[in-house]
Design a protein around this ligand. Structure first.
Ligand code: FAD
Length: 388
């Protein structure tokens, strides 16, 4: 299944085998530890937003995929009809133990900027209807979100927002955007297959190698795009190493916060990473043509649209992870392409929102986990499983 993963990852600078080994031996475990830290597990998100494209698409009709698991009758009718002002903190994630502390913002996470990200539709300063979600309590997994609504979102992302023939486009920039989206899509599909509802009657969950085969592995270019997206985001993290190693990770819990700082330093100043794959992606090769500036503006607009489309995802948990991961990608794009290229490395005026850092690192962790799943589940695929 993975035989074609040899040589250098296309449009990148490192070999498949090296990236796999680096992730397997070093990055995967490290990232898993980081995203469990208090700073990285709370994501600030506006889950109840107007869909700017298809206003008739009622929000969150599917109860199974809701972040908020309230008992029957607790949802106001207005919410069921697609009213977007629902904001009941007691209902957040449904369980007392899962209650999210809404005072976090004023107590902790001080010293973070509110600079807007030109690549995304989100704006952290817009506080109306914003909630905190504990990501560890809302894992990305199969939700049952499927059919025309899900298809329409992916179609919009590929057809309306990407260039017409981006998959084969000779223009490197358009191809990069396509590959980033396809890699993210492959990662989402991998998480669905890795944590799937195998039997509804017994509520039995587990991996479905056959689904992974159908959606990802039988399309080798999707696995390649997953590797590409991983390297792209990894490059953004290493480029922002100085910033990320000095950032304020304070949440009010000194012991945990010191651990977060240590883990982040280990990630961004990692000798094994530097030795194995010193330049995961070479951003200097982008926007060099005569129409580079115009193209960049165009692609930036396309990506902002993709980020806005996330408000139309009709399943709350999918919308949560969709918003987080597009913000993570937008943050990588901002780090790689929207800082002063003329300033020497290390002193560029990079400024990130707290939420951007949380999204960037959680995205990298999702992609890293997907690479692990792909390699762990591929050997389990049998002809019998595929035939089912
Ligand atoms: P889809 O995955 O919907 O794909 C649609 C079409 O896109 C395919 O027919 C194929 O032509 C093309 N395609 C598929 N993969 C790729 C790729 N990697 N690169 C290029 N083209 C591709 N469902 C969940 O159960 N849990 C979730 O957390 C979840 N999160 C989602 C987040 C977002 C933002 C969106 C839009 C959807 C999410 N979904 C989630 C739904 C899920 O992605 C699928 O849409 C759904 O499972 C139906 O799958 P499908 O087999 O019809 O193909």
């Amino acid at each position: 299944q993975l035989r074609n993963l040899t040589g250098v990852v296309e449009d990148c600078c490192c070999e498949y085998e090296t990236v796999y080994s680096l992730n397997h031996k070093v990055l995967h475990k490290l990232l898993q530890d980081i995203v469990k830290q208090p700073f990285f597990r709370y994501f600030k998100v506006k889950l109840w937003c107007d869909c700017p494209f298809w206003p008739e698409d009622g929000m969150c009709r599917l109860r199974d995929c809701s972040v908020c698991e309230c008992p029957d009758g607790e949802f106001p009718d207005t919410h069921k009809n697609g009213h977007l002002g629902f904001d009941d903190p007691s209902c957040q994630e449904g369980k007392a133990v899962a209650a999210v502390d809404r005072t976090l913002d004023s107590r902790a996470f001080k010293g973070w900027t509110e600079t807007d990200n030109p690549w995304t539709h989100d704006d952290e300063r817009d506080n109306e209807d914003i909630t905190y979600v504990n990501l560890l309590l809302n894992p990305e997994r199969f939700t049952g979100y499927t059919g025309p609504s899900a298809r329409r979102i992916w179609e919009a992302i590929y057809k309306e927002n990407c260039f017409p023939d981006a998959e084969r486009d000779t223009c490197a920039e358009a191809r990069v955007l396509y590959r980033l989206i396809s890699g993210l899509h492959a990662s989402i599909s991998t998480h669905i297959a890795a944590d799937y509802l195998l039997d509804e009657a017994t509520n039995s969950w587990g991996p479905s190698p056959a689904l992974l085969h159908e959606r990802v592995l039988q399309h080798p270019e999707r696995v390649q795009n997953l590797y590409f997206t991983f390297l792209f985001v990894l490059r953004a993290v290493t480029k922002a190493a100085d910033y990320l190693s000095q950032a304020e990770y304070s949440t009010g819990n000194d012991a945990e916060d010191m651990k977060t700082v240590a883990l982040m330093k280990e990630l961004v100043n990692n000798d094994r990473l530097r030795a194995a794959c010193p330049l995961p992606f070479d951003e200097a090769q982008m926007w060099r043509g005569v129409d580079g500036a115009e193209l960049k503006q165009q692609i930036q607009k396309h990506f902002r649209n993709i980020s806005a489309v996330m408000d139309c995802v009709g399943c709350e948990k999918c919308r949560l992870w969709g918003k987080l991961q597009t913000l993570g990608l937008g943050t990588a794009l901002k780090i790689l392409f929207s800082v002063e290229a003329t300033q020497p490395y290390g002193v560029y005026p990079l400024d990130l929102q707290r939420n951007e850092v949380i999204a960037l690192i959680n995205l990298l962790s999702r992609l890293s986990e997907s690479l692990e799943y792909v390699h762990n589940l591929a050997p389990l695929i049998t002809a019998e499983a595929i035939a089912k």
